[in-house]
Every structure is written in C-alpha cells, then in structure tokens.
Design a protein around this ligand. Structure first.
Ligand code: MG
Ligand code: MG
Length: 282
C-alpha cells in the first residue's frame, strides 16, 4: 500500500477545505441550537441549508444521487441516513444524530454530531443515551489522536475499537460498532479513497503521509452492530432496536502535523487529553 491509494492534498488545497469545514461546522451549530422538542427534522434541514448558502457554499449531500436534503437526521434506533421530514418531530429525550456537509470552491467538508434533546424525559433513558453519545464522541477523538501518530491509516480503527471495548467493560453495557458503514477520504468529492474503518482490520491500510485528508466517523449502537435499511431506502437503523450515535470530523494530515478542519478550534480541545497539539496551516 502506498500514497497512490489516495489523492494527497497540497497545503493550499487543505486551506480551501478548512473553509468548507468551517461552514459545515456553522451549519451544524445552527442545527444544534434549534434542536428542541416540537421542532421537525425538515425545519432543521432548512436551517442547515440556509446557513450553508449564507456563506456562499452549497450542500454536498444534495450532490449525492437521489438525495435532495442538506442533512441526514437519525433519531433513536436510526443510526445514519435518516431523511428529514415535516412529520418527524423531536421529543425530549430523543437521541438525534445530524450529519451535514458543505462544498465551496469545489472542496468539501463533512461532519456529524449526536445530541440528546433537552426537556423532561425519563432520566435513566437520557443518561443512557448521553453516555452512548459521549462514548461515540470519545472514540472519534481517540481515532483522530491515533491518526496524528499513525504510520498506517488502519491504526485509527484499531484505536477506536479498543476504546469502545474498554468503555463497554467500564460501563457494563454492550456497544456495537457498525461495520457496514465507515469513514472515507474527502477532497474535491465528499467521498473519496481511502476507506477509514472504525474497527481493527487485517490490512494496515495506506501509509499516513502529508496530504491525507479523511472523514473519521464512528457509528455506535447501544447493542448489536447489525443494521437494516428502512422502507424509504435510506434510513439505516439498528436491527435490535437499540439506540445509536454518530460523530464525525474531517481531518487533514500535513507537513506540520494534524488539523481538524471541521472543528472551530482545529481540534485543540479534543486532542488536549492526548497531549497532541493540532497545527493550522497559515
Ligand atoms: Mg457525514
Ligand atoms: Mg462522511
């Protein structure tokens, strides 16, 4: 495996991707602020679309064949690719995963987060869902930290899987890492080579060299990793009905280090526990 497995980006290209990453972040922040009980997922979609357009960018999800929305909104046992709908209204205690991407100047950003909808709800359920989201977010940063030091890309998945297993033991509950859906390279297209696994694989993957830009995106359930696609042809949900969470960042490796393009602070806070300082390109 070599660098030929992906298209390396120049520093100038990574700077353009930072712009796409920050607009993606702004859209996600706007959705997060609006995600309250009584709000429909189509309303969240409109907010994301307006935010992206207001910055002179456009939604790259709308470039996916057959998809007309700006976000994917997946609730509770839905894991990814949930379609925004006017009749899908958020309730307190729901766990909502939002995935979104922006394209500007032909370069892409891609990021996702999960949130437990505030308001009065069963405290035990809320705590369980918050823990699932925290573990998934934690595994994302473990993966990003692994990338910062990795010789080969698949060290990311090895680190994510080990962390999830450790948390499963610690919390005395089952977590399932999806294997049917994984992260990816990103650049001029939202989805590029190489694949980014969230679990240990037999192969080492391509060498991590300056210019590698990937979307790392663990998808984790509170049960089995088995999934089903709903009748709408898009929504991926857990087969056993367990809750799910999804966190994602677009991350660049460059000569000077690592830079989390879809994090406002470039990854400073998320990587601090690992003793890693991200390096912006100036
Ligand atoms: Mg995404
Ligand atoms: Mg992605």
């Amino acid at each position: 495996m070599s660098r030929a497995d992906y298209t390396a980006k120049t520093n100038a290209e990574i700077l353009l991707m930072r712009e796409a990453g920050l607009i993606t972040r702004k859209a996600l922040n706007a959705v997060r602020a609006a995600a309250k009980p009584g709000v429909s997922t189509i309303e969240l979609d409109t907010i994301a679309d307006e935010t992206i357009r207001s910055h002179g960018a456009h939604s790259n999800f709308q470039l996916v064949d057959g998809y007309v929305h700006t976000i994917c909104s997946s609730i509770n046992d839905e894991i990814v690719h949930g379609i925004p709908r006017a009749d899908r209204v958020l309730a307190a205690g729901d766990i909502l995963s939002i995935d979104c991407g922006a394209e500007i100047n032909e370069w892409n950003g891609d990021s996702a987060f999960s949130i437990v909808i505030p308001g009065e709800a069963d405290p035990e359920l809320v705590a369980s869902r918050q823990q699932l989201s925290d573990v998934t977010e934690g595994s994302l940063w473990v993966g990003i930290a692994a990338l910062a030091k990795a010789e080969y890309l698949n060290e990311v998945g090895t680190a994510i899987e080990a962390y999830i297993a450790e948390k499963s033991e610690e919390h005395g509950r089952e977590y399932g890492i999806l294997e049917d859906y994984i992260g990816h390279g990103i650049g001029r297209h939202m989805h590029e080579e190489p694949p980014v696994f969230n679990y240990k694989t037999r192969h080492k993957g391509p060498k991590v060299l300056p210019g590698l830009v990937v979307a790392i995106e663990p998808m984790v359930t509170g049960g089995s990793d088995k999934v089903k696609v709903l009748a709408d042809g898009w929504t991926v949900s857990s087969k056993d009905g367990s809750d799910a969470a999804h966190w994602e960042h677009t991350v660049a490796v460059h000569e000077g280090g690592i830079w989390v393009l879809t994090a406002e602070d470039g990854g400073i806070a998320g990587l601090a526990p690992f003793g890693i300082v991200p390096t912006p390109i100036s």
